[in-house]
Design a protein around this ligand. Structure first.
Ligand SMILES: *Cc1c(COP(=O)(O)O)cnc(C)c1O
Length: 358
């Protein structure tokens, strides 16, 4: 079968170059005579991979010594619990709810303490970001939680809030896709399967002073202090995903890093939004300033045409364009590894579909 362009919201595409490197190393990594999958996580060749990934994150995101970079498992979803379990001291947090994942995160935190929804965009079906300068934050919260890029609705923060408590962010779908100033955050976390590598790895970047008072009920496996003391080797990490992340981060570094990648992503997303905005057939419901450059939802004139669009797109090698069940329509996720060619092919297909179904 010919190569397809995969517009899935996650797991997303991986760069060809990364997959070729993995293929080269598959049977024998670096003359070890074995695959990374078979290596002890205490062995020297694995430890080199592990620490290279941590230092590549530090390099690419400009992360200072005041932060830990933790490589853990359980997905971003597990962090919905880990965050309150580790950061609740007074047991109070502010949450800004700008989508489905943000809402789930707030719901989990509610199990462990007081959660105040200080702003929400639910009134307009999550098609905008509330004005961060008008939010009244709690003075005594342990942290304020946001989701920087709303993967399902295709909406992102353009300006970060500056609450009095440490800012915690789920950055799963835009980490490494746009420049982030880590110093504005107390903690960020991300599942790997969008911009970092395959699933199985979760990255938590946390300010060192925030992790010393986990709740007494916090499971050992979820304690950031436990992970940091053992350099994320307190138990067997997801070694192969970490190795794949190393290849992806090396690829990103070679391309010029996150700022270069953001230019490329702005360009890709711009092509798609311009095409949609100039069409009377397709629509994107998101308020322009808050449009995501990673996830682009759009609809055709009706649900039958949406279904036909997805079917015919799949037959043309443009796969996983079906929108999330909460939104319907289509969604093109165009993460770092989506080549320009993929976006151009999608636009050509959209033109053709429009002319045949107008
Ligand atoms: C994909 C995603 C998640 C879920 O990640 P898992 O690793 O599957 O738990 C959570 N938050 C955001 C913003 C996401 O994009």
């Amino acid at each position: 079968m010919d190569k397809v362009y995969n517009f899935s919201a996650g797991p997303g595409m991986l760069p060809d170059e990364v997959k070729k490197d993995a293929q080269r190393d598959f049977l024998s990594y670096n003359n070890t005579g074995m695959s990374v999958m078979e290596m002890s996580h205490r062995s020297k060749p694995y430890e080199e991979i592990h620490f290279e990934v941590i230092s590549l994150f530090r390099y690419l995101m400009n992360i200072g010594d005041e932060y830990h970079v933790l490589l853990i498992q359980g997905g971003a979803t597990q962090q919905f619990d880990a965050v309150p379990l580790n950061l609740f001291v007074k047991g109070k947090a502010d949450y800004i709810v700008t989508g489905n994942f943000a809402s789930k995160a707030a719901k989990e935190a509610l199990k462990y303490g007081d959660v105040k929804i200080v702003a929400s965009s639910k009134d307009k079906n999550f098609t905008y970001i509330p004005d961060v300068d008008k939010i009244e934050f709690s003075k005594d919260a342990d942290y304020t939680h946001i989701t920087t890029n709303n993967t399902i609705f295709g909406v992102r923060f353009r300006k970060l809030p500056s609450p009095p408590s440490p800012l915690v962010a789920d950055v799963s779908s835009n980490i490494l896709g746009e420049v982030m100033d880590i110093n504005k955050f107390g903690l960020i976390y991300a599942g790997a399967q969008k911009n970092i590598g395959p699933s199985g790895l979760t990255v938590v970047i946390v300010r060192k002073d925030l992790i010393n008072n986990p709740m007494s009920i916090c499971p050992t496996m979820l304690k950031y202090s436990e992970a940091s003391e053992a350099d994320s080797l307190h138990n067997t990490p997801s070694t192969y995903s970490i190795y794949m992340a190393m290849l992806t981060l090396r690829w990103l570094k070679k391309l010029g890093g996150v700022a270069e990648m953001q230019k490329f992503n702005d360009y890709k997303a711009g092509l798609l939004y311009d095409f949609i905005d100039n069409s009377s057939f397709y629509k994107n419901p998101v308020e322009v300033p808050y449009r995501s450059i990673m996830n682009v939802p759009f609809v055709s004139p009706n649900a039958e045409l949406d279904a036909l669009f997805c079917k015919e797109a799949t037959a043309s090698g443009l796969i996983s364009l079906k929108g999330h069940r909460l939104v319907g329509g289509m969604r093109a996720s165009i993460y770092n590894a989506m080549p320009l060619e993929g976006v151009k092919k999608l636009i050509e297909f959209m033109k053709k579909f429009e002319s045949e179904n107008k």
